[in-house]
Ligand binder design. Structure first.
Ligand SMILES: [Zn+2]
Length: 51
């Protein structure tokens, strides 16, 4: 069960959202947004929630 959760979380963590223009970046965290060049990102909906 722990393993399953880790896999699901890893998948979610592979998306980054630009905090300026909200562009989605897949894969590892980009150095800067390819759309607007902003350098701050947040992970997509991957805050450890316990359901
Ligand atoms: Zn951007």
């Amino acid at each position: 069960m722990a393993q399953r959760h880790a896999v699901a979380e890893a998948r979610l963590l592979k998306k980054w959202i630009c905090m300026k223009c909200s562009a989605t970046h897949r894969g590892s965290k980009p150095g800067s947004c390819r759309k607007c060049g902003y350098k701050n990102f947040r992970p997509k909906a991957a805050e450890r929630r316990k359901t």
